[in-house]
Design a protein around this ligand. Structure first.
Ligand code: GDP
Length: 444
C-alpha cells in the first residue's frame, strides 16, 4: 500500500535537496510531480485539485521557517496537507448517552463488513464495553454462520434470528436486537447488514429501512481500499442511499495504490475512523491521519528531524549569532550556547546525513558527544569573562588554572580552544556563503 506513491514523492523531494532557494520553476515542477503521483495512485481528481492548490499556496506564500531548508519546508507542507486531506484529527466513536450505542455497518459485499464487525467488537471489548453482534445480513446463505464464527473468535455474543421468527426480515432482527441488548445490559450493538456485489436500489432501501428502525448512533461505511477508483463512486452511492457518519477502510495490507484512503474524506466529507489491515481480528486500529500521512511520506526520520529542528531553533538567537559572526564577535559563551542547543537536538547527528549540504557539519557534529558537551561547559565555565570573550589571552598558566577548575586536563582545554577556533572559522564561512537552514547555527 502506498509504495509507489511514497517512492514517487521521495524522488520529487530528492530533486529539491541541496537547493538554497526554490525558484518558481522548482515549485511548478514539484507540484506537477506531486499531482501526477497522486493521480497515478488513484486519488480522485476532486481530492487532488484542492490538495495541490493548498500546497502551492503555502509553498509560494510567505510561510518561511528559518529552521528549515526549502526541501524540508516542502516536505513539511505536503505532510501537513496529507494529514488534512486524511481528516486532520482522529475521529473517535460517539457513544450514546443512554446505552446501547447502535453502530450500523454498511458496504458492498466482500468489503470486509463481517470481518470488521468482529474486529470492532473485539476492540470494543478491550476498551471495556460489552458489545453484541447482530446478523442483519440475511441475503447470503452463510452470512449468519460467518458472523457466528467471527463472534466466537472475538468472544462476543451474536444476536441472530430464531428459526421461524424473523428469518428473512433483517429489519425486525435489528429491531429485536436492541431490546435484547437492553435486557442483557449490552452497551454496544453492532449491526452487520447485507451487501451486494454492486450498488443496487434494493440494497440501499434495505439498509435505509434498518437505519430507520434502529436509529444508529454511528453508521459506518466499510470500504475496501483495493477497489481503487471505484471507491469514490461507491462511497457517494452509499452516502446518497443510506448516509453514513464515518468510514472504515479495509484491506490496507493489500497492494492497493492508496487512492481510496486519500480520496474518501475529501469526496464525502466524512472521516475515516478505523482501518483494517489483515484477516486476523487483531489487524485493526483506530485511524490516525497523522500516522497514515507519515506512512505515505515514508520519511519518519525526516519528519521528526523537521519537528526537532523547529523546536530547537530560536530565530532571534540565530540572528544575533549571525551578526556576531560577521562582526567577528563570536565568543566561547556563544559556542557553548550552540553546543547546548545541538545537544537538545539529540538524534540530530544521525539524521544529519539526510540533509542537503550537511556533510561538513556532520563531520563536526560527530566529534561532539553529549558527555563532551558537559565537559566543554565545565571548561568554559571555569574561564573568566575576559577569557571567554577573547581566547587569545588564554596562555599556559591560565590553561592550567582552567583545567584544574573544571576537573579536566590541559590537553582537553587546548582541544576545546582549537575546536572553537575551527568552528568559528567554519561558521563564518557559512554565514557569508549563506548555508541554508542549519538549525541552531546561524547562516539561514
Ligand atoms: P463482507 O461481505 O463485507 O461481510 O466481507 P467479509 O468480512 O466476508 O470479507 C471478505 C473477504 O475479505 C474475506 O475473505 C476476509 O477474510 C477478507 N478481509 C476482510 N478484511 C480484510 C483485511 O483487512 N485484509 C485482508 N487482507 N483481507 C480482509
Amino acid at each position: 500500500m502506498f509504495d509507489t506513491l511514497s517512492d514517487r514523492l521521495s524522488a520529487t523531494f530528492k530533486n529539491l535537496r541541496g537547493k538554497g532557494r526554490l525558484s518558481q520553476q522548482d515549485i511548478d515542477d514539484t507540484l506537477r510531480e506531486i499531482r501526477r503521483a497522486l493521480l497515478e495512485a488513484d486519488v480522485s481528481l476532486q481530492a487532488v485539485r484542492p490538495f495541490v492548490a493548498a500546497v502551492r499556496e503555502r509553498a509560494e506564500g510567505t510561510e518561511v521557517s528559518k529552521a528549515l531548508n526549502p526541501a524540508q519546508q516542502i516536505v513539511k507542507i505536503v505532510n501537513e496537507e496529507l494529514v488534512a486531506i486524511l481528516g486532520g484529527e482522529t475521529r473517535r466513536l460517539r457513544f450514546a448517552k443512554n446505552p446501547p450505542t447502535v453502530i450500523m455497518l454498511a458496504g458492498l459485499q466482500g468489503a470486509g463488513k463481517t470481518t470488521l464487525a468482529g474486529k470492532l467488537a473485539r476492540w470494543l471489548k478491550t476498551e471495556g464495553h460489552t458489545p453484541i453482534l447482530v446478523a442483519a445480513d440475511l441475503q447470503r446463505p452463510n452470512a449468519v454462520t460467518q458472523l457466528q464464527v467471527v463472534g466466537d473468535r472475538a468472544g462476543v455474543p451474536v444476536f441472530a434470528p430464531e428459526p421461524g421468527n424473523g428469518v428473512g426480515n433483517p429489519v425486525k432482527v435489528a429491531q429485536d436486537s436492541i431490546d435484547f441488548a437492553k435486557a442483557k445490559m449490552h452497551d454496544v450493538v453492532i449491526v452487520d447488514t447485507a451487501g451486494r456485489l454492486g450498488i443496487d436500489a434494493e440494497l440501499m432501501k434495505q439498509a435505509a429501512d434498518i437505519r430507520d428502525a434502529v436509529k444508529p448512533d454511528e453508521i459506518l461505511f466499510v470500504l475496501d481500499a483495493m477497489i481503487g477508483q471505484n471507491a469514490v463512486e461507491t462511497a457517494l452511492a452509499f452516502q446518497d442511499g443510506v448516509g453514513f457518519d464515518g468510514v472504515v477502510l479495509t484491506k490496507l495490507d493489500g497492494d492497493a495504490r492508496g487512492g481510496a484512503a486519500l480520496s474518501v474524506r475529501a469526496v464525502t466529507g466524512k472521516p475515516v475512523m478505523f482501518a483494517s489491515s489483515g484477516e486476523k481480528l487483531e489487524d485493526f486500529d483506530v485511524f490516525h491521519p497523522e500516522r497514515m500521512a507519515g506512512r505515505i511520506l515514508d520519511m519518519g526520520d525526516m519528519l521528526s528531524l523537521i519537528e526537532q529542528a523547529e523546536k530547537a531553533f530560536d530565530a532571534a538567537e540565530a540572528e544575533k549569532m549571525a551578526g556576531k559572526l560577521v562582526r567577528n564577535e563570536f565568543t566561547l559563551d556563544d559556542f557553548l550556547k550552540q553546543m547546548e542547543q545541538l545537544k537538545k537536538l539529540g538524534s540530530m547527528k544521525k539524521l544529519m546525513g539526510m540533509l542537503p549540504g550537511m556533510a561538513d557539519v556532520k563531520q563536526q557534529l560527530n566529534e561532539i558527544d553529549d558527555k563532551d558537551v558537559d565537559r566543554i561547559a565545565a571548561i568554559i565555565k571555569s574561564m573568566t569573562p575576559g577569557e571567554r570573550d577573547d581566547v587569545k589571552i588564554i596562555n599556559g598558566s591560565r590553561r592550567q588554572r582552567i583545567a584544574k577548575g573544571s576537573g579536566t586536563t590541559v590537553q582537553e582545554v587546548n582541544n576545546l580552544i582549537e575546536r572553537f577556533l575551527e568552528a568559528k572559522k567554519m561558521m563564518q564561512q557559512m554565514a557569508r556563503g549563506g548555508m541554508p537552514g542549519m538549525p541552531g547555527l546561524p547562516g539561514a
